[in-house]
Design a protein around this ligand. Sequence first.
Ligand SMILES: [Zn+2]
Length: 594
Amino acid sequence: MIPKELVLEIRDRNDIENVIGGFVDLKRTGTNVKGLCPFHNEKTPSFTVFPATQSFYCFGCGAGGDVITFIMKYQNLDYADAVEYLAARAGINIPASSFGGEEKGPSRKRILEMNVCAARYFREVLFSPEGKVGLDYLMNKRKLSPAIIKRFGLGFAPDSPFSMLDYMRKQGYTDEELRSGYFEAISQKTNKPYSIFRNRVMFPIINTAGSVIAFGGRVMDDSKPKYLNTNDTPAYKKGKNLFALNYAKDLCGERLILCEGYMDVIALHAAGFGFAVAGLGTALTSDQARLIAKYTKKVILTYDSDEAGQRATERAISLLSEVGVDVKVLVVEGAKDPDEFIGKFGSAAFERLLDGSRSKFSYRADAVIKKHDISTPDGKLAASKELCAVVAAASSSVERDLNLDEAARLLSIDKKILAEDVERARRKLLKEEKNKLSLEAYTSARGIGDKINPDIAKNLGAASAESAILGLLLAFPEHRAAVASGKIELSPDDFVTAFGRRVFEAMMKLEGSELGFDITLLGEDFSPDEMGRIQRMIRERMMLTENGSAVLTASIDTLKFERAIQTAKDSGDKLAAFEAKRRMIMENKKRIHK
Ligand SMILES: [Zn+2]
């Protein structure tokens, strides 16, 4: 069995859009990506990839899941082989030992202690003759003051495979612990341990509680990889933290700057912009978006303007918008990044730049305009069509009107004329969504001949309540937590279909595990077709606006009643069945009138 942590890392290193794009011709529509489904015959694309949640779903045939499910289905591999396939694609080695038994490693507390010791070591080296090259880089090339170097606890990993390990061993840390903490690896050639961080400037990563949880190391020239970060350890999970949030959290209430690299963040802090943070070597994750939403309502993105940067920006816009954070995009002109801009033009000019950062609509509109030559009628028509679709996608009418103004100005087309096109695009969009929903409703309402969940036909009411409950629990961590803690009462015995019960049990087992719930981990126990059904339950919820705990408790009540009716019927007690039904109707009436 491949360790769950490793499975998650392998998934994270295989961007779903990238992987599927290798097999299916994908086109971008708004925040999502569509193509012709490889699993059924179709002429108009209903196969959709959702980069924000790293999932896919086909509204035509119900195929769906994550990147592992896709490879299982597409390459016809079993789960372990699909994971291995993706590991090879990302250049990740699955250690042979991971197929054997589990070994027990050091605790989180021990790793945190070791991190403090390592941070002290790196800092001491930086200010010693061995670290001169690092200090030169930070002070002369990056123009950092000793005060800011100390504030961020920067250090230096010497260009030696052994120095750091020798030091740490003397402090009482074993080789096993050093490996768990991601300081030591074993050379495949010589079979000897060596130090992972070498000849790099070191950045301790400190969580909001003030613990050193990991490290990032940066090279001082152009060699690769530019940044090397701590992999998952018992004290650190990738994609769940942000660099410098420990400082920024008290200053970012009004706005937060999200940067690409550690150096950008440090330069901004040094220039007086202490509300800057950076991701840690991965594209923004939904966990990070939720973390950000805890501290601020507005984020200014400052990613690079190259293609990778644009994709990162799009992804961040979707993820942050989903958690209700207002997103603006900073456009740096006359310099390659904020650091260089401040060096050239000063802090006051950067402050003005921040104030003038673009709305997410302007940013997207800009990308559309750049793509087409709007000096030609054809180019203008194509650009206007795309822009109208972007305007139409906004759910607030005030937002649509503001965006319409801007689109009209950008294209030099009369606003009234453009408004008609937007209205048409909007009607089309609403109709599409309605069709999708009624198709879903039609197929799930019948439930007859359902291979994945054959029990549906037995009790349609209960099955649809189950699907609502599971969709809510799968998509929203707060609902899972409420059920796991017993705040909301729900047990496996409440479920009517065997499939629903299995999904619930597997989900709650993971929720209670150290790693926590992650939909990818269901892939081990559920077939690709079942994963598609699980994805459908999530998609159905995401298309609805009401997903609060009131909906959850109401669905649980319905399920329990339906179950009571079923039990009464099964035992032949017609009177009890009738009474349960009557009670349910009364309860529903009460709820409607509340
Ligand atoms: Zn399909």
